[in-house]
Structure formats: structure tokens, C-alpha cells
Ligand binder design. Sequence first.
Ligand code: GRF
Length: 201
Amino acid sequence: MTRVAILISGGGSNMVRLVESMTGDHPARPCLVISNEPAAGGLTKAAARGVPIATVDHRADPNRAAFEAALGAELDAARPDILALAGFMRILTEPFVRRWEGRMLNIHPSLLPKYPGLHTHARAIGAGDAEAGCTVHEVTADLDAGPILGQARVPVRPDDTPDTLAARVLVEEHRLYPAVLRRFATGDRSRLDLPYASAMD
Ligand code: GRF
């Protein structure tokens, strides 16, 4: 059974969907949910679903290398085959990424390669884009630039704010990430483009 560790920093809504998708004939199971933020609400949600949890407080470590050494120790103990970053807000150094390259995924709330980095929804609205969305990609040393494994698109509405657009995209994140993880866990690296389903809004 493929073991998946999920890295979070906040509420963990994507983590919850990933955990809840790994049941039955799914080839993977969650082995750990770990956060750099001890107060992350996602830790409670993971524990409530019976998933082992851990925290490595990035403020407790003097530097990034010390943080990643502590993070690596927790991961080594959990023996994951795949790392899924889900709302994880720390940039990982090249040595760390290289160790997990080819086995580490991330979800980013834009249609990469557009809008790597932060404030993606405000940037899409500001640019007058007709559509926005989310991307699941393999993590490489270049921030938000690894091979794309899947995308989901949503319309941008004229009256959208960053919050209303974020909410529309998040619904698609929760559809896309579990679908991509399941394929990835079977060794399928082909790209998945989800058709927009939420015609209600
Ligand atoms: C989501 O928009 C995700 O795309 C980004 O972090 C936000 C919160 O994710 N990476 P979650 O609710 O903590 O999964």
C-alpha cells in the first residue's frame, strides 16, 4: 500500500479531501499529517480521522536547514512514498526537494504557469482574466514550476472579489487533488484537466 504524508500549514481543507479519498480500492493511505504551524486547524481534523499527526514549528528552529532536518526526521519515521503539500506555506530548499523529487506534489491556486507565488486570485482579477483555477504539479526546486499533473478551471465573474474567486477555485481544488493523487499513486503521470462542473454559480 502506498504511503502518503500530507504537509499543511492551516485549515487543511485539501488534506481532509485527500485523506477521505484514500479508502477502499484506492492504492494509497495517509501515513502522516505534519504541519510547520502547531496551531494549524488541520491537525485536529487529521487526528479526528485517525491519521497520525506531527508538528515541526518553523519558529523554533534557528534556520531553514534546521527546520528541514527536523521535518525530514519526522518524515523518515513515517516512511512515506509520496509527499502531498496541501496549503503548506513554507518554501523548501533545493536539497530537501531533490531528496523527494518525483514523489512530491503541490496544489497551487492558479492556472500555472500564470501567477506563481502569492495573491493569485487578486492578480487574475486585476489582469481581467476570464478564467482562473488551480494546478497540481510535481514539486521541483523552482517555486511553483514543476511538471503539471492536473488543472481545473473556473470562470471569473465581473463582480468577483479575491475571496469569492478563491471560494470557487477551492471547490475545484477539492475535486482535482484527490483525482490526481490517485493517478499518481498508480504511477500515472499523465495530465488531468477537469471540466468545470459547478454550473450553479
Ligand atoms: C488553498 O487555496 C490552496 O490552494 C493553497 O492554500 C489554500 C488553503 O488550503 N495552497 P487548505 O484549505 O489549507 O487545504
